[in-house]
Design a protein around this ligand. Sequence first.
Ligand code: SF4
Ligand code: SF4
Length: 120
Amino acid sequence: MIMLPTVVRNLFGGPATRMYPVTTREPFARARGHVEFNEDLCNQCGTCARRCPAIAIDLDKDKKEWILHPDRCIICEVCAEVCPKDAITIAPQWRAPFYKREAIIYHSKAVKEKGEKTGE
Ligand code: SF4
Ligand code: SF4
């Protein structure tokens, strides 16, 4: 008899789990899913690369490339916090799984102005 309320609740209540992967859960607000980069805002100041604790960002200043190594990134959000141009954001959607260590290369388009602060 002691279990009767639980039995009734389970009989008439909805399922306690999702039909994954048919039904997936939306990421919650402020979840740290993956790094997003805005090529139009980055001026290659280098602050993000210097402050990244996982050495997941490289810059090629000659080619104006901003290079992310997603296999190293721990999605700590430091790069987004220190970027003086707000060129980096952390999106809540989880990044897709990957099987090869491949860098993602972007091309920075903003021009660094003379004497501009780097945010450090
Ligand atoms: S989120 Fe953290 S680990 Fe990933 S690139 Fe930015 S600073 Fe590096
Ligand atoms: S502008 Fe932002 S994203 Fe570009 S190098 Fe500087 S800190 Fe990194």
